[in-house]
Write a protein that binds this ligand. Sequence first.
Ligand SMILES: Nc1ncnc2c1ncn2[C@@H]1O[C@H](COP(=O)(O)OP(=O)(O)OP(=O)(O)O)[C@@H](O)[C@H]1O
Ligand SMILES: [Mg+2]
Length: 345
Amino acid sequence: MLVLGIETSCDETAAALVDDGRVVRSNVIGSQAEHHRPFGGVVPEIAARAHVELMLPVLDRALVEGGATYDDLDGIAVTAGPGLVGALLVGVAAAKGLALATDAPLIGINHLEGHVCAVQLEHGALSPPLVALVISGGHTSIALLDERGRFSTLGATIDDAAGEAFDKVARFLGLPYPGGPEIDRLAVSGDPAAIAFPRALSGGGYDLSLSGLKTAVIRELRRREAAGEAVDTADVAASFQEAVVDVAVDKTLAAALAHGVEQVAIVGGVAANSRLREQMAARCAREGLRLLAPAPALCTDNGAMIAAAGANRLARGERSPAGFDADPNLTLEAVEGLTSREGSA
Ligand SMILES: Nc1ncnc2c1ncn2[C@@H]1O[C@H](COP(=O)(O)OP(=O)(O)OP(=O)(O)O)[C@@H](O)[C@H]1O
Ligand SMILES: [Mg+2]
């Protein structure tokens, strides 16, 4: 089954061709980073306009690089939410147009479910139950995927998403946007124990809090500056990263053990972080759990993960009704509203 996946929820215009939900034939990402870099973050109106400019060239490249024509498509999957509404609408409109033109079945996909399905591009078909740490620029949550393929959120950040915290701390360290990968690189030469940053909500429950940590880093940088003390940015980056990783790993492992699952997945942009991958692998090995992580390049937003999620649902006979819409606030639990069984659309 050849599925085209389209992703435009934030600042990547992406399209990919995936065979049987796991073999990537092409994965084209038209990055808008240059458009947003002067502003130090994503500007929604600029993102929507850039998606309009990039959508058709990105689609054409995905088809050419995948060695297919539009007539070869067995399905079209598109991110329906969550994300920036103006950005989502561009992908959804493109997908609806293509579905009409080709007669290929259309399915709207939850972006976060897409991140989880990136796992199958690395490890083959998902076999739930599993606990997933969904850790990205806009979200940080711990979710259970049950035997029936249904998600329930066990805990989430009560303030900042991890990627947001990485990007803000990076800005204060004078690193370019997006800052997550920059902190990852810089931290390699720093000491993670140099500064004892706080680990908030380290008690029971699966919720996390990251804004206090971000503020603590900024306060420490200002204090040192005012006192004329030299700042070793690598130490700051490593100590901050260690605090995020500690909390994320502890909470995820606690959830996995409490729910008796044998597999843990880490997905979303921040799952590309080398220290998070290393620490999560060590803890999972110690607890006898299997760690599922997409290749780093498939952790950040891409069309292949949307195609993979689409292939799962299309194979089960699910379709989205022709009138389905983008939903900027779509939750992981709400995916059912996007689909209907064949014939009932
Ligand atoms: N190696 C890394 N270490 C830490 N953070 C990283 C790394 N690579 C990417 N990130 C962060 O991941 C985020 C981007 O992730 P993703 O592409 O999934 O985000 P998004 O689409 O903006 O958010 P969401 O998926 O919640 O809608 C950015 O905040 C970026 O800094
Ligand atoms: Mg994302």
